[in-house]
Write a protein that binds this ligand. Structure first.
Ligand SMILES: Cc1cc2nc3c(=O)[nH]c(=O)nc-3n(C[C@H](O)[C@H](O)[C@H](O)COP(=O)(O)O)c2cc1C
Length: 189
C-alpha cells in the first residue's frame, strides 16, 4: 500500500553545511545550511532566507566558506542554525570554536571542522522568495587527518553528519558499501 504525502522537499540525506562569513565589523559568523549543495565541478549553491546575517555578510565581503559539520561538533552546528548573528553579535564566540582567516578569500575557516571549501561569490539571485547564492570554490582546505595514503579525502574519516527534514534529525554517515561507476557495471552486458 502506498500513500501520497503532498508536496515535500523529500530528499534524504541533506547536508549539514557550516557557512562561515565575516561581517563588515570583521566579526566571524557561521550559519547551518541544509538547503544547499554542489553544482557542476567548482560551484556551491546555498538557498538562504532573506533575513540571514550570513546573507548580509556574503554581500559585504563577496566571499564565504562552507565546512562539513561533523559528529563531534553537532551541538555547536545545531546552535549555529538556531541563533542569528542579527540578534546575537557574539553568536560564534559562544560556541568556543576557533576561526582563522582564509588565505584565499575574505572569510573565516573554522579549525574544528575537518574540511572547508573557500568560495568567492559568483551569483546572488532571488528565486521563489529566497536567495540563491552561488559560490566558486577556489580551494578546499583540509585537516590532514582526513586524507588517505594517496592524499585524497577519505569520506569515512570526515565523520560528517546528514540532516533529515522529515523529522528534523541529524544522522551519522554509514559505511561505504559499494564502488560508484562499478557496482552496476554487470547490468551493461
Ligand atoms: C538543520 C538546519 C538547517 C538549516 N538550513 C537552512 C537553510 O538551508 N537556509 C536558511 O536560510 N536557513 C537555514 N537554517 C536556519 C538558519 O541556520 C538560522 O536561521 C540561523 O540562525 C541563521 O544565522 P545567521 O542569521 O547568523 O546567518 C537551518 C537551520 C538548521 C538547524
Amino acid at each position: 500500500m502506498r500513500k501520497d504525502l503532498g508536496a515535500l522537499p523529500a530528499v534524504f540525506p541533506m547536508p549539514v553545511l557550516m557557512v562561515g562569513t565575516y561581517g563588515e565589523d570583521g566579526k566571524v559568523n557561521v550559519m547551518n545550511v541544509a538547503w544547499g549543495g554542489i553544482a557542476g565541478m567548482d560551484k556551491v549553491v546555498l538557498y538562504l532566507a532573506k533575513d540571514r546575517k550570513t546573507l548580509k555578510n556574503i554581500r559585504a565581503k563577496k566571499a564565504f566558506t562552507v565546512a562539513l559539520a561533523d559528529e563531534a561538533h553537532i551541538k555547536e552546528a545545531d546552535f549555529l542554525g538556531t541563533a542569528s548573528g542579527n540578534t546575537m553579535p557574539d553568536k560564534f564566540a559562544k560556541t568556543g570554536l576557533h576561526a582563522v582567516k582564509s588565505s584565499k578569500v575574505d572569510a573565516p575557516i573554522i579549525e574544528e571542522f575537518p574540511l572547508t571549501m573557500e568560495c568567492e561569490l559568483a551569483e546572488d539571485a532571488e528565486m521563489f522568495g529566497e536567495i540563491r547564492i552561488v559560490g566558486t570554490i577556489v580551494n578546499v582546505n583540509v585537516d590532514e587527518k582526513v586524507l588517505d595514503e594517496n592524499g585524497k579525502v577519505d569520506a569515512s574519516k570526515l565523520n560528517a553528519v546528514m540532516f533529515d527534514q522529515f523529522r528534523f534529525g541529524y544522522y551519522k554517515v554509514g559505511e561505504k558499501f559499494a564502488q560508484a561507476w562499478n557496482v552496476g557495471k554487470d547490468l551493461m552486458k
